[in-house]
Design a protein around this ligand. Structure first.
Ligand SMILES: Nc1nc2c(ncn2[C@@H]2O[C@H](COP(=O)(O)OP(=O)(O)OP(=O)(O)O)[C@@H](O)[C@H]2O)c(=O)[nH]1
Length: 373
């Protein structure tokens, strides 16, 4: 068993917007096979899409740190509060992973963890996820990325499926530095790189945090209903990666018209770097909601069957630099269906379906690898 005196490693999972942090965290949660992982998910934007995506894996087994980037939205005492909850012996956690917002300054997080007075945790390292396809463009716009990578313990070069062998070789050379570099597609890294898995005999099933966390507030301190970036840069010795970035949170109870949404997405402004969330297309597809991911010009929709009793609504977070938040909000409001009672034409979903990927082949496990131990 996990002895109460054992210190729990806390790993910081960082990386630029859309690099694949949530995907990797979900992979870890799926592949952990009994190792009890506590996930702290920090989102940028006032709807917690990442927390929902991760929570989808484990029921309610995540804590969300609420709006804004962890390094500024949560002061050390607030982070300590979450860590206190997760490190209670009753939680019997083996490892805690903090998924930092794609705009967080990882060094600040690491400093916070090192300064934590919680005797039950030990800093477990900084993992930086890099999007192989977007690395060059991101580094050009944000040279700070190199500073982040230089302090990482492990660099996960993700989305290797999106680049050719020559580019991959170049990236390998470019990233070769102090940290070990592992390559992955869809964040499928060996969890052993992150933590020692618990032996099979000690597995006790998945954790439900509800009882531990019911008094945790999801509010950050960086603004109630939007991320006030000007305020967030104060007090830091270096400019924040997210200075100048803005987020827009859009929700709608009225279904979205797929053709209107596609027209919006086709003409989205250059600076709108990231869109994520869930879309309800109403009568155009009553069975599925669509998880939407856009990173730069990359766009994907993933249909997911609605669960019974699930509230049908659209929730999107848009993040960008130099964007006109009010105008984007207005454009999205213009994407709702004009008449929810009307049957949409058969081809209404065609534009969306072009961006639904073929189902991914299940990764083949090596012989005898049904169990990790
Ligand atoms: N082709 C490809 N797509 C990937 C891979 N990993 C993740 N994605 C997709 O990239 C998009 C962003 O992935 P996320 O895991 O949400 O990225 P994130 O870093 O958590 O994003 P933020 O929270 O916005 O910073 C999603 O559409 C993923 O399905 C990969 O290895 N290859």
């Amino acid at each position: 068993m996990n002895s109460p005196s054992k210190q729990i490693p806390v790993i910081v999972l960082a990386g630029f917007l859309g690099s694949g942090k949530t995907t990797l965290l979900n992979h870890l949660l799926r592949a952990c096979r009994g190792t009890r992982i506590g996930a702290i998910v920090n989102d940028f934007g006032s709807i917690e899409i990442d927390a929902m995506t991760v929570a989808g894996q484990l029921g309610d087994s995540t804590v969300s740190l609420g709006n804004g980037c962890l390094c500024c939205a949560v002061d050390a005492s607030e982070l300590d509060l979450y860590l206190d909850k997760l490190t209670r012996p009753a939680a019997r956690l083996d490892v805690i992973v903090i998924e930092a917002s794609g705009l967080a300054e990882p060094q600040e997080l690491v400093k916070m963890l090192l300064a934590s007075e919680n005797p039950r945790i030990v800093y477990g390292g900084l993992v930086e996820v890099v999007d192989a396809a977007e690395y060059d463009a991101t580094r050009e716009k944000h040279p700070e990325i190199e500073r982040h990578l230089s302090v990482a313990d492990l660099v996960v070069l993700n989305k290797t499926d999106r680049v050719g062998e020559a580019d991959l070789a170049r990236l390998r050379t470019a990233l070769a530095g102090a940290a070990a570099v592992v390559e992955s597609a869809y964040g499928r890294v060996d969890p052993e790189l992150f933590f020692d898995r618990r032996p099979l005999t000690e597995r006790v099933g998945q954790l439900a945090f509800d009882d531990l966390l019911d008094d945790v507030s999801g509010e950050g301190s960086c603004g109630e209903d939007g991320h006030d970036h000007s305020a967030c840069t104060g007090g830091h010795a270096h400019p924040h990666l997210h200075a100048g970035y803005e987020s827009v949170a859009f929700t709608s109870e009225v279904p979205i018209d797929p053709r209107r949404l596609m027209a919006f997405l086709d003409t989205r402004p250059e600076g709108l770097y990231r869109i994520k969330g869930f879309v309800d297309f109403g009568a155009a597809d009553t069975r599925n909601r669509y998880s939407l991911h856009a990173v730069g010009r990359f766009l994907r929709f993933y249909p997911e069957p609605w669960e019974r009793e699930q509230e049908r609504r659209t929730e999107l977070v848009l993040i960008g630099a130099g964007i006109d938040a009010a105008a984007l909000d207005k454009q999205l409001a213009g994407c709702v269906v004009a008449d929810p009672g009307e049957t949409p034409p058969e081809h209404a979903m065609w534009g969306v379906l072009r961006y639904v990927p073929e189902p991914e082949p299940e990764p083949r496990e090596p012989e005898g690898a049904g169990e990790f131990d």
